[in-house]
Write a protein that binds this ligand. Structure first.
Ligand code: KDG
Length: 338
């Protein structure tokens, strides 16, 4: 029956549209493919945002640009994917600013602990003139920064003990992102930090290579870190932005109209991602407690002590980055906080 069906269809096609197309000599424009990879999994708002980007781009370009999405580090980690963009062997990735600072050191300013007071101020600064200035610095690295998305305020988890004060960090083996400022900030708190790609983190906690890590509640819950971690504290120590990156060689090969479409799609999908991410970060602490984690709240006094211990590290990096650049960021935060 199937075979008969098949030949019927073939028969219809032969005298149908295929032939007509060829006869018209229509030129089909080449389809371009964006391979977009992230480290987080398919449940995370970052992936949902990426699907939104795909939907907008494929619709607005009438399928002339196809987007393939890869989650869970299938294409690599933040650093290796960013390198692949530079080489032109991958088209899109959305790293945290922390590993991106290995390419453009100035990005570390956004990872200064306790810099942004809340998400709304971060939006205003990153989406404004100051944020754009940092994106412009990516061009020299063969990268195009199309938009800021949100990872969010990072919180500590570990398998050893409740962390309420700076003293509780003593000797804890904490995995950090691959960023020197992060490393030094945790050392200043007395911890014993190790940089590691996100893709290796779950196993490292499971095997006890590290005692703990820090990430927003959404990531902690959606990556099931509660299976290998017992304690969580709302340290809220760093607001982590994501940067939506495109390979410059790919971007330069797009028509002007396509460039506008991908730019606008990255911004629009980013607004959607931020909304989902905020909802997720608001609700998942409760889920972590339900899963059996012990929650410790950081008091304002304890947080102030952490700020004081980390301040020399911030001062050091402010000098390295350039005090004018850092001041511009501080001014924009003050302005947005009014
Ligand atoms: O997709 C983004 C992830 O690769 C990474 O940036 C997540 O915050 C992160 C981390 O801790 O590595």
């Amino acid at each position: 029956v199937l075979a008969a069906c098949g030949s019927n269809e073939e028969g219809t096609n032969e005298s149908g549209s295929n032939g007509t197309d060829e006869d018209n000599g229509e030129k089909t424009t080449e389809t371009k493919t964006i391979r977009a990879g992230i480290g987080l999994n398919e449940d995370h708002p970052q992936y949902k945002g990426l699907l939104k980007f795909k939907e907008i781009v494929e619709e607005k370009t009438d399928g002339a640009i196809k987007v393939e999405t890869y989650a869970s580090g299938q294409l690599g980690d933040d650093r290796t994917m960013t390198e692949a963009l530079q080489l032109g062997t991958q088209e899109v990735t959305i790293p945290s600013t922390a590993p991106l600072a290995n390419f453009v050191p100035e990005f570390s300013v956004f990872d200064f602990p306790f810099l942004f007071p809340n998400e709304e101020v971060a939006d205003e600064v990153l989406d404004g003139e100051v944020g754009q200035k940092f994106l412009d610095k990516l061009e020299d690295q063969n990268l195009v920064g199309l938009a800021y998305w949100e990872n969010g305020f990072r919180n500590l988890t570990n398998s050893e003990r409740p962390v309420a004060t700076a003293a509780d960090f003593d000797g804890l083996k904490i995995r950090t992102m691959e960023n020197n400022l992060h490393l030094e900030a945790f050392r200043a708190l007395g911890a014993n930090p190790t940089p590691m790609a996100f893709t290796e983190l779950f196993t490292a906690m499971q095997q006890g290579t590290v005692d703990g890590q820090e990430n927003p509640f959404a990531t902690i819950y959606l990556s099931k870190f509660y299976e290998v971690q017992d304690y969580v504290s709302n340290t809220n120590h760093i607001y982590s932005p994501f940067v939506f990156l495109m390979s410059k060689s790919f971007y330069d090969g797009l028509t002007e109209e396509q460039q506008t479409i991908v730019k606008e799609a990255a911004v629009e999908a980013g607004q959607y991602e931020r909304k989902l991410n905020r909802e997720a970060n608001d609700k998942y602490l409760d889920n972590l407690i339900e899963e059996g984690m012990t929650y410790t709240e950081i008091t304002p006094e304890a947080r102030q002590e952490m700020i004081d211990l980390i301040q020399p590290v911030i001062d050091k990096y402010a000098k390295e980055i350039g005090e004018d650049t850092v001041q511009e960021v501080y001014d924009a935060i003050d302005e947005a906080s009014k």
